[in-house]
Ligand binder design. Structure first.
Ligand SMILES: [Zn+2]
Length: 209
Protein backbone atom coordinates (compact mmCIF):
# COMPACT_ATOMS: atom_id res chain seq x y z
CA UNK A 1 0.00 0.00 0.00
CA UNK A 2 1.16 3.50 -0.83
CA UNK A 3 0.65 5.81 2.13
CA UNK A 4 0.61 9.55 1.47
CA UNK A 5 0.97 11.44 4.76
CA UNK A 6 0.52 14.94 3.32
CA UNK A 7 -1.55 15.93 0.31
CA UNK A 8 -3.66 18.94 -0.61
CA UNK A 9 -5.79 16.93 -3.07
CA UNK A 10 -7.94 14.11 -1.83
CA UNK A 11 -8.22 10.80 -3.66
CA UNK A 12 -10.90 9.86 -1.13
CA UNK A 13 -9.18 6.78 0.19
CA UNK A 14 -7.90 5.75 3.60
CA UNK A 15 -4.25 5.75 2.53
CA UNK A 16 -3.77 9.48 2.67
CA UNK A 17 -3.89 12.38 5.08
CA UNK A 18 -5.53 15.37 3.48
CA UNK A 19 -4.16 18.72 4.61
CA UNK A 20 -6.89 21.25 5.31
CA UNK A 21 -7.08 24.79 6.62
CA UNK A 22 -9.15 25.45 9.70
CA UNK A 23 -11.53 27.54 7.61
CA UNK A 24 -12.11 24.69 5.16
CA UNK A 25 -12.77 21.73 7.39
CA UNK A 26 -15.19 19.62 5.37
CA UNK A 27 -13.00 16.58 5.00
CA UNK A 28 -14.49 13.09 4.75
CA UNK A 29 -10.97 11.66 4.60
CA UNK A 30 -8.39 11.43 7.31
CA UNK A 31 -6.93 14.88 7.71
CA UNK A 32 -4.40 17.15 9.34
CA UNK A 33 -5.50 20.62 10.30
CA UNK A 34 -3.84 23.89 11.30
CA UNK A 35 -3.30 27.50 10.48
CA UNK A 36 -0.64 27.63 7.79
CA UNK A 37 1.98 30.31 8.60
CA UNK A 38 0.44 32.54 5.91
CA UNK A 39 -2.78 32.57 7.99
CA UNK A 40 -1.04 32.91 11.35
CA UNK A 41 -2.71 36.24 12.05
CA UNK A 42 -6.16 34.59 11.80
CA UNK A 43 -5.48 32.04 14.53
CA UNK A 44 -8.32 31.10 16.85
CA UNK A 45 -9.43 28.04 18.76
CA UNK A 46 -10.15 24.91 16.69
CA UNK A 47 -10.37 22.24 19.37
CA UNK A 48 -13.64 20.81 18.02
CA UNK A 49 -12.11 20.09 14.59
CA UNK A 50 -9.13 18.40 16.22
CA UNK A 51 -11.46 16.19 18.25
CA UNK A 52 -12.77 14.55 15.05
CA UNK A 53 -11.95 10.86 14.77
CA UNK A 54 -10.59 11.61 11.30
CA UNK A 55 -8.04 14.17 12.52
CA UNK A 56 -4.70 12.36 12.57
CA UNK A 57 -2.29 15.27 13.00
CA UNK A 58 -1.87 18.98 13.67
CA UNK A 59 -0.40 20.73 10.63
CA UNK A 60 0.84 22.02 8.47
CA UNK A 61 1.98 24.79 10.74
CA UNK A 62 5.35 26.38 11.23
CA UNK A 63 7.47 29.36 10.32
CA UNK A 64 8.08 30.74 6.84
CA UNK A 65 10.57 33.57 6.33
CA UNK A 66 9.47 34.09 2.73
CA UNK A 67 6.06 35.46 3.67
CA UNK A 68 4.88 38.81 4.95
CA UNK A 69 3.55 37.82 8.39
CA UNK A 70 5.75 39.08 11.25
CA UNK A 71 8.05 36.40 12.59
CA UNK A 72 6.91 37.10 16.19
CA UNK A 73 3.31 36.30 15.24
CA UNK A 74 4.38 33.17 13.36
CA UNK A 75 6.41 31.95 16.34
CA UNK A 76 3.58 32.61 18.77
CA UNK A 77 1.07 30.76 16.58
CA UNK A 78 3.47 27.88 15.99
CA UNK A 79 3.81 27.48 19.77
CA UNK A 80 -0.01 27.35 20.02
CA UNK A 81 0.05 24.43 17.58
CA UNK A 82 2.76 22.66 19.58
CA UNK A 83 0.58 23.00 22.68
CA UNK A 84 -2.42 21.55 20.80
CA UNK A 85 -0.29 18.68 19.50
CA UNK A 86 0.71 17.85 23.07
CA UNK A 87 -2.79 18.31 24.47
CA UNK A 88 -4.46 16.05 21.89
CA UNK A 89 -1.47 13.68 21.63
CA UNK A 90 -1.23 14.13 17.88
CA UNK A 91 1.89 14.46 15.73
CA UNK A 92 2.88 17.82 14.31
CA UNK A 93 3.41 18.38 10.56
CA UNK A 94 5.78 21.29 10.10
CA UNK A 95 6.18 23.79 7.29
CA UNK A 96 9.64 25.33 7.64
CA UNK A 97 11.12 27.89 5.26
CA UNK A 98 14.52 29.26 6.30
CA UNK A 99 13.46 28.90 9.94
CA UNK A 100 14.95 25.65 11.25
CA UNK A 101 16.88 27.50 14.00
CA UNK A 102 13.69 29.12 15.29
CA UNK A 103 11.75 25.84 15.12
CA UNK A 104 14.54 23.97 16.89
CA UNK A 105 14.77 26.64 19.60
CA UNK A 106 11.04 26.17 20.29
CA UNK A 107 11.45 22.39 20.37
CA UNK A 108 14.32 22.64 22.80
CA UNK A 109 12.40 25.02 25.03
CA UNK A 110 9.08 23.12 25.09
CA UNK A 111 10.52 19.60 24.96
CA UNK A 112 7.41 18.10 23.31
CA UNK A 113 6.61 14.39 23.58
CA UNK A 114 4.66 14.10 20.32
CA UNK A 115 6.35 13.24 17.02
CA UNK A 116 7.34 16.10 14.74
CA UNK A 117 7.57 15.73 10.97
CA UNK A 118 9.37 18.23 8.77
CA UNK A 119 7.34 18.06 5.60
CA UNK A 120 8.58 18.81 2.08
CA UNK A 121 12.18 18.42 3.17
CA UNK A 122 14.65 20.19 0.82
CA UNK A 123 17.30 21.96 2.90
CA UNK A 124 19.96 19.28 3.02
CA UNK A 125 22.51 21.23 5.16
CA UNK A 126 20.17 21.02 8.18
CA UNK A 127 19.79 17.23 7.82
CA UNK A 128 22.18 16.20 10.64
CA UNK A 129 20.44 18.55 13.07
CA UNK A 130 16.97 17.31 12.04
CA UNK A 131 17.95 13.66 12.53
CA UNK A 132 19.77 14.38 15.78
CA UNK A 133 16.65 16.01 17.15
CA UNK A 134 14.50 13.02 16.31
CA UNK A 135 12.32 14.84 13.79
CA UNK A 136 10.86 12.69 11.01
CA UNK A 137 11.48 13.72 7.42
CA UNK A 138 8.74 14.13 4.81
CA UNK A 139 9.98 13.30 1.32
CA UNK A 140 7.87 14.77 -1.47
CA UNK A 141 7.90 15.36 -5.24
CA UNK A 142 11.29 17.13 -5.10
CA UNK A 143 12.93 13.71 -4.77
CA UNK A 144 12.05 13.12 -8.44
CA UNK A 145 14.48 15.81 -9.64
CA UNK A 146 16.53 17.38 -6.80
CA UNK A 147 20.04 15.89 -6.99
CA UNK A 148 21.10 17.25 -3.59
CA UNK A 149 18.05 15.73 -1.97
CA UNK A 150 18.66 12.41 -3.72
CA UNK A 151 22.20 12.40 -2.35
CA UNK A 152 20.99 13.35 1.14
CA UNK A 153 18.36 10.60 1.15
CA UNK A 154 21.11 8.02 0.83
CA UNK A 155 22.13 8.82 4.40
CA UNK A 156 18.64 9.08 5.92
CA UNK A 157 17.52 5.90 7.70
CA UNK A 158 14.33 4.54 6.08
CA UNK A 159 12.65 4.39 9.48
CA UNK A 160 12.93 8.19 9.72
CA UNK A 161 10.93 9.06 6.59
CA UNK A 162 7.35 9.48 5.46
CA UNK A 163 6.25 10.09 1.89
CA UNK A 164 3.98 12.80 0.51
CA UNK A 165 2.71 14.41 -2.70
CA UNK A 166 2.03 17.76 -0.95
CA UNK A 167 0.42 20.31 -3.28
CA UNK A 168 1.55 18.62 -6.49
CA UNK A 169 -1.51 17.28 -8.24
CA UNK A 170 0.41 15.70 -11.12
CA UNK A 171 2.63 13.39 -9.10
CA UNK A 172 1.30 10.02 -7.94
CA UNK A 173 2.50 8.82 -4.54
CA UNK A 174 3.57 5.56 -6.19
CA UNK A 175 6.15 7.47 -8.26
CA UNK A 176 7.71 8.76 -5.04
CA UNK A 177 7.76 5.24 -3.57
CA UNK A 178 9.46 3.89 -6.69
CA UNK A 179 12.10 6.62 -6.71
CA UNK A 180 12.86 6.26 -3.00
CA UNK A 181 13.12 2.45 -3.28
CA UNK A 182 15.58 2.92 -6.13
CA UNK A 183 17.68 5.47 -4.19
CA UNK A 184 17.72 3.32 -1.04
CA UNK A 185 18.42 0.24 -3.13
CA UNK A 186 15.61 -1.78 -1.56
CA UNK A 187 12.59 -3.47 -3.12
CA UNK A 188 9.34 -1.58 -3.45
CA UNK A 189 7.75 -4.12 -1.15
CA UNK A 190 10.39 -3.59 1.56
CA UNK A 191 9.84 0.15 1.32
CA UNK A 192 6.06 -0.23 1.53
CA UNK A 193 6.39 -2.28 4.72
CA UNK A 194 8.83 0.14 6.34
CA UNK A 195 6.75 3.22 5.49
CA UNK A 196 3.62 1.50 6.77
CA UNK A 197 5.41 0.81 10.04
CA UNK A 198 6.55 4.47 10.28
CA UNK A 199 3.04 5.67 9.43
CA UNK A 200 1.35 3.51 12.08
CA UNK A 201 3.95 4.51 14.68
CA UNK A 202 3.38 8.20 13.89
CA UNK A 203 -0.35 8.48 13.15
CA UNK A 204 -1.77 6.44 16.01
CA UNK A 205 -5.41 7.31 15.25
CA UNK A 206 -5.18 5.89 11.73
CA UNK A 207 -7.75 3.11 11.30
CA UNK A 208 -8.61 3.33 14.98
CA UNK A 209 -11.27 5.98 14.47
ZN1 LIG B 1 1.55 21.21 2.16
Amino acid sequence: MFLNFHTHFSNHNEFEILNIDVENNLSQSYFSIAYHPKDADKFCDFNSEISSKKCLAIGECGIDKNIDIAIEIQEKVFIEHVILSEKFELPLIIHCVKAWNEILAIKTKLNPKQKWILHGFRKTPILPSVLENNVLIGIGPAILFDEKLILALMSIPVNQILLETDDNEKVDIMEIYMKVAQIKNISLQQLELQIEENFIRTFKKWRNG
